[in-house]
Design a protein around this ligand. Structure first.
Ligand code: PXL
Length: 281
């Protein structure tokens, strides 16, 4: 049977992130991907000014309730950027109404980066998002979100493995079986991820050479590759390794092309890597 996912993120019309990233990556992996958009923006909020923002809160439950009448099974429920803290309660209702015990609940908290909340985020988001993370099987916070979710101090640099291990354990204690923290960097030369699996307490770090620049939407690119690889049947660590490679490769193509970084990264050229890896499995 073809795998089916439901992606719950905003649509940013320009600047690859959220649904314009999740849809093509999951589709490339052969996943039938339905969407429920949380907001409609003209661009992402990371490196643009003057963007429009339509909050779609009042559409979430009407869309959910109609989809629920269709009796579909979703293999994955994949949430990302939400328009405000209050949407978390609605997304929890969506999980209740659209998921079954076999659905993988995969949550990218997507509310902050580089030690700060995203521009439009309200202060309630970290606390609200904890409740959604508690329902998840797998969460994919970046380092900033991991710290905010735990109310722990954010450290931009000068931390070590034990700081990341403590964050991962703390997040897993709140509910999720798997915690994958992105944007982990112990030296200026490398950046990578930490993968924690609560059942056996395993904790692994994976790194790639750090490329120069601020890359918008790469959290969404990584999370979408990771979920695609998991739905494609790879075990979590192999999926994480593949997602990290695909993300690194997408950034490298973007730098080689000399493109303005605010439009996101060239994940399109990396889709064959994903497809080939899943075909070989
Ligand atoms: O990539 C995360 C993201 C998603 N959606 C919107 C954003 C951002 C990050 O800035 O602004 C609208």
């Amino acid at each position: 049977m073809q795998k089916r996912a439901l992606a719950v993120h905003d649509i940013s019309c320009v600047g690859r992130c959220s649904l314009t990233v999740a849809l093509p990556i999951l589709s490339a992996a052969g996943v039938d991907t339905s969407v429920i958009p949380t907001a409609l923006l003209s661009t992402h909020t990371g490196d643009f000014t003057g963007y429009t923002h339509l909050d779609l809160t009042d559409q979430l439950l009407p869309i959910t309730d109609h989809i629920a009448t269709l009796g579909l099974h979703f293999d994955a429920f994949y949430s990302g950027y939400l328009a405000n803290g209050a949407q978390v309660d609605l997304v929890l209702k969506m999980v209740d109404r659209l998921c079954d015990p076999q659905t993988l609940i995969f949550v990218d908290p997507a509310f902050a980066d580089h030690g700060k909340l995203y521009s439009l985020m309200d202060e309630s988001m970290p606390k609200m998002m904890r409740a959604l993370c508690a329902r998840a099987n797998t969460i994919v916070p970046n380092l900033t979100e991991a710290a905010f979710l735990l109310g722990a101090p954010y450290r931009a640099s000068g931390y070590d493995e034990s700081y990341i291990h403590t964050l991962a354990e703390g997040l897993a204690a709140n509910g999720p079986e798997n915690v994958v923290i992105t944007d982990v960097s112990f030296t200026d030369a490398q950046t990578g991820i930490a993968v924690y699996h609560r059942a056996d307490g395993s904790f692994n770090l994976l790194f790639r050479p750090k490329l120069p620049g601020v890359f918008h939407g790469t959290g969404d690119v990584f999370a979408s590759f990771l979920l695609s690889a998991v739905l494609g049947g790879l075990p979590l660590m192999s999926a994480a390794e593949l997602a990290l490679s695909c993300t690194h490769e997408s950034i490298r193509y973007t730098l080689e092309g000399g493109e303005p970084l605010r439009y996101g990264v060239q994940f399109e050229r990396t889709l064959p890597t994903l497809i080939n890896a899943l075909a070989k499995k």
